[in-house]
Design a protein around this ligand. Sequence first.
Ligand code: AMP
Ligand code: MG
Length: 397
Amino acid sequence: MLTPAQAETLIEQHLVCLPIESLPLTQVAGAVLRENIYAERDQPPFDRVAMDGIAINSIGAANQVGRLKIAAMQAAGDPPLTLNDSSGCIEIMTGAMLPAGCDAVVPVEQVQRNGDIVHVRKPVQAWQNVHRRGSDCRQGALLLAAGTRLAAPEVAIAAGAGMARLRVSAQPMIVVISTGNELVEPGDVIEPHQVRRSNAYGITASLRQHGFTRVADDHLRDDEAELTARLDFHLRTHDVLILSGGVSMGRLDLVPKVLEKLGVNLVFHHVAQRPGKPMWFGVSQSGPAVFALPGNPVSTLVCLSRYVLPALRAAMGESPSEPPRISLTAPVEVKASLAFYLPVKLKTDDWGRTSAEPCPTNGSGDFMSLAGTQGFVELPPGPNTYPKGFVARYYRW
Ligand code: AMP
Ligand code: MG
């Protein structure tokens, strides 16, 4: 049976990168950049005044025992003036270009003004309060590489580079499909022998939380004809299918059989892990990737975070990143010789160090125990007891 790392590699090898689309800057938050962004100009593009005050020539001013005549006023956005008389000064605003003939700015707080004469109270250093041209980056420097996920700073940087639109990955068309005769929609009347259809909502919430917006939803009964017709439709209309349930050994676990009949090539079925062992993954001859997750609710969410979310990020062209490593606050016993996913609550100590408090569930059906957890750690196969302080890979929901 595959290890989780082997399963992950197989998924990566079978993914196709999603197409590129061009979006205006207001719509790119959370998207993955698919082009490099270079500096349009030096940054700052000119010697930028960093304080409101007066611009002076530090040498000329030194001869004036601190008393300078204001020759003019220059605001941010004004073309630069010239200080012709180095014993004078120019009243200046933050963001203005440093006037020619000046090399320092004295803040308003450090001058005393009397009409158009200012008295400078402190000694002046050349280039004080001037953000020098090109000191942050040079024109043409690589600012953002393709594969970067765009958050607030990256969007601001792209705007600063003059880009009105960005080439980013198109959102995948995803469909979340629950299976099972026993499942009843929240809000509908439920019989004692029935179960709420919770997985689809958990999966959709996770996808939305991670920035995926094109998410459809369907529910299928454990009926070969219904599964065949609907899955055929979804394979024609979506990039990614995320199923839950119907992949175990029961007589009505029809999902693998129907998928293969519809031309979805099996990549793997079963991973040496608990929970989530029956996970099935395949790729349709027509393109879409199919993740068929076990139906037990803890298994479903674990497999989603462990495999599906990273795969979707990779398909969007995001540069790969290692999951963070985190230490356990208490020992954990792993009995089976399978990788073990342990839900955890993150705890931060007085020094800001984060560790993982184990929150074991009462089996893979017990999703009530997941309340308040932020994710899970992946522990190596047992039998073994991992001590307090053991460092493991952390995946968030
Ligand atoms: P299965 O993988 O179809 O054998 O389902 C395993 C267990 O998970 C059964 O107890 C199902 O009732 C339950 N289950 C399957 N799908 C869902 C779902 N969408 N929401 C909640 N429970 C589910
Ligand atoms: Mg089922």
